[in-house]
Design a protein around this ligand. Structure first.
Ligand code: SF4
Ligand code: SF4
Length: 222
């Protein structure tokens, strides 16, 4: 899933300081799963905005709405009859949501309410970890089912750098060296020789390096 974190309330208050009617829109997708943009978080942000304004002695009206997904025009349409009632919108979705809102409602003032971090998953309660960099051509089967692109600090594809030490990455003792894990796993599976096989250089044209990406699946196009 896409992992995000809340923007600091101070930053959000500054963003919307000139507006008095604000609509907070959440999303029931990834941001609900990582506890940053679902029904509960929309309610908390709405209350926080009201309390902060009350302390300042300023009026504010805050609307609350949660869409099934903000990355789908079908659901974005749902707010068409209410969005003009507000001066500003705070989107509690990943970076896709506020952009879809901005494109669908060009005259609306849309603000991002979260910081989108990475694609990953929960490794323990309250802890999320990156797993995929969206390179567009998955190659993890060469590396014991683990991704050196997303999980090596240098995205090395040909083995560990000289900084790997005691299973940790040179950037921090808090970061596991994924190459250490890959090598140990391949050894355990008796497949170490696969790591020395020649493979042509990976094409990065399918990754962000090839520019903004678009995917068309003809069989689904209506
Ligand atoms: S190889 Fe590419 S698609 Fe596969 S997990 Fe890594 S970054 Fe994601
Ligand atoms: S120490 Fe390991 S994870 Fe860190 S940059 Fe080097 S190979 Fe990559």
């Amino acid at each position: 899933m896409i992992v995000a974190e809340p923007k600091p309330i101070k930053e959000l208050l500054e963003m919307v300081q000139d507006f008095n009617k604000i609509l907070v829109i959440g999303c029931k997708g990834c941001v609900t799963v990582c506890n940053v943009g679902g029904l509960k978080e929309v309610g908390i942000l709405a209350s926080t905005l009201k309390i902060a304004r009350k302390k300042d002695g300023r009026e504010i009206e805050v609307g609350e709405h949660v869409l099934e997904r903000q990355c789908d025009p079908e659901y974005i349409d749902e707010v068409k009859d209410i969005i003009d009632d507000y001066d500003a919108v705070i989107s509690l979705a990943c970076g896709v949501g506020p952009q879809f809102l901005s494109e669908r409602y060009p005259s609306a003032r849309i603000f991002p309410g979260v910081n989108t971090k990475f694609m990953g998953g929960a490794v323990e309660h309250g802890v999320w970890s990156e797993r995929c960099a969206g390179c567009g051509q998955c190659v993890i089967h060469y590396f014991g089912g683990l991704c050196p692109i997303a999980r090596c600090s240098k995205s090395l594809m040909n083995g560990p750098c000289g900084g790997s030490s005691h299973g940790k990455c040179e950037i921090s003792d808090d970061v596991d060296c994924i190459w250490d894990i890959i090598v140990r796993k391949m050894m355990a599976q008796g497949r170490l020789d696969e790591l020395v096989k020649f493979r042509p250089p990976k094409s990065w044209t399918t990754a962000r390096d090839g520019g903004p990406r678009k995917m068309v699946r003809e069989e689904l196009v209506i």
